[in-house]
Design a protein around this ligand. Structure first.
Ligand code: GLC
Length: 429
């Protein structure tokens, strides 16, 4: 009888247990992480993810690789950030230029307390600044970027030049001399990124003199025409004088790197990630390259690169905030930044790592420090992307002779005023 009662109780518990406990709990908390892709991306990220899983056995990271181009990534985020469904974006890598737009739209969660104040000061200040909106940190620096010049050391030395060019006009005369004497029709002078995309804005700002604004605040936002027009003419002359091939009008970072890496150009403007790839065994230019700061407009001035790089942000509505924060803190660790540098050539946003942990065949760290310290940010406005897209169209049209330089300037200026009015309406200014 007692045995019967025990069996009955057991059955009752089993049945009610099944009825009321619902589906078995998920063994893991999954974080969906979205970011750009680069050559060597999976081989670098897979081991990092495994390492994170060992540290946090209850968490799982799903990495979603987006296209390499920053404009394509921005388009993806525009569509997916506002309507975050199940399995949507928890953590994302943000180009420095999107922070104001996404933070102002309330799509990101503040991360100020993710790190103690003294840890924030290890990052390059410009990168921290780029991740700050209204006094709060919304972005944790993943890596920093700044435009640099790559020169073919072997060709320069062969033709009697013992250092990279210090000014843009020096670059032109060196390129012309080398091209004339080498007389190789497959050797270009200078490759850069003039395709109609964000990279064109970065290149454009690097041709301008340092420290002078290209947007003038007075009169409701005007283009600094006196500054820009001569430089746009210079950019066009690179094409008309044959220093740069017409194909630069279609070049982005990777396409220009391939040309330079095949030994087909004397100079290249690019980001520091290219250094590691240029030094690989299959590169025609391994050991034959100088990396330096970009040339200046006038002798005696210092040139400057555009400030680039990516930040880590967390979606405001993520249901897995603890796990997402742990993943962001992990990616910001010194040893992870070192891995990203050594394996992908991404420059650590942490000064301590850049100073102390060079990869084999390191790029010149003093040049990187100089470039990252002086890199010039693009305007931090929530309307940066429409502003950039409008400028991209007119710059590209001006370079490709769709417009005269004069027309390109007028159209850019008119559009800038229209955008400023939109911004003022939105902010009630
Ligand atoms: C690099 C930079 C980024 C920039 C982009 C332009 O990825 O890090 O800031 O917007 O190039 O192509």
């Amino acid at each position: 009888m007692v045995r019967l009662r025990i069996v009955f109780m057991f059955l009752l518990l089993a049945v009610t247990g099944c009825l009321f406990s619902g589906p078995p709990p998920e063994p893991y908390t999954t974080v969906h992480y979205y970011q750009f892709s680069l050559p060597g991306f999976n081989a670098t990220f897979d081991p990092l993810v495994e390492q994170f899983h060992r540290l946090y056995p209850k968490y799982r990271i799903r990495v979603h690789a987006l296209p390499t181009g920053t404009d394509d990534q921005h388009q993806f985020y525009l569509t997916h950030l506002k309507t975050r469904g199940p399995g949507g974006i928890d953590v994302l890598a943000l180009d420095v230029i999107w922070m104001a737009e996404f933070a102002r739209a309330g799509l990101l969660a503040p991360l100020t307390d993710l790190l103690p104040p003294e840890k924030w000061s290890d990052f390059f200040p410009a990168s921290v600044q780029a991740g700050t909106f209204g006094e709060k940190h919304y972005g944790v620096p993943l890596f920093v970027d700044g435009g640099v010049l790559y020169s073919r050391k072997d060709l320069l030395q062969k033709h009697g030049f013992d250092r990279p060019p210090a000014t843009w006009s020096e670059l032109v005369s060196m390129a012309k001399t080398i091209m004339r004497v080498e007389s190789n029709e497959r050797l270009y002078g200078f490759v850069w990124q003039a395709r109609q995309y964000e990279g064109l804005i970065c290149n454009f700002t690097e041709f301008l003199p340092r420290g002078q604004p290209w947007l003038l605040p007075q009169g409701g936002g005007r283009l600094n025409r006196a500054l820009i027009e001569p430089r746009l003419r210079f950019m066009r002359s690179l094409l008309t004088d044959g220093v740069s091939p017409p194909s630069v009008l279609a070049m982005a970072e990777e396409s220009s790197r391939h040309v330079f890496q095949n030994g087909q150009a004397v100079f290249m403007r690019n980001w520091p990630y290219a250094w590691r790839l240029l030094q690989q065994a299959d590169s025609s230019v391994a050991g034959k390259v100088w990396m330096s700061s970009l040339p200046a407009v006038a002798a005696g001035e210092t040139g400057h690169g555009t400030l680039g790089g990516f930040l880590l942000g967390m979606h405001r509505d993520t249901p897995v905030a603890d796990a997402a924060r742990a993943w962001i803190a992990f990616l910001a660790r010194p040893e992870v930044q070192r891995t990203l540098w050594h394996k992908l050539g991404l420059i650590p946003a942490r000064k301590s790592v850049l100073r102390s942990d060079p990869p084999p065949d390191p790029p010149p760290v003093n040049v990187l420090f100089e470039v990252m310290t002086h890199a010039v940010p693009r305007p931090a406005t929530p309307l940066y992307m429409p502003l950039s897209q409008s400028m991209q169209a007119y710059l590209s049209g001006g370079l490709g002779k769709v417009y005269s330089i004069d027309e390109a300037m007028r159209l850019m200026d008119a559009d800038l005023q229209r955008l400023t009015r939109v911004l003022n309406d939105k902010t009630g200014a």
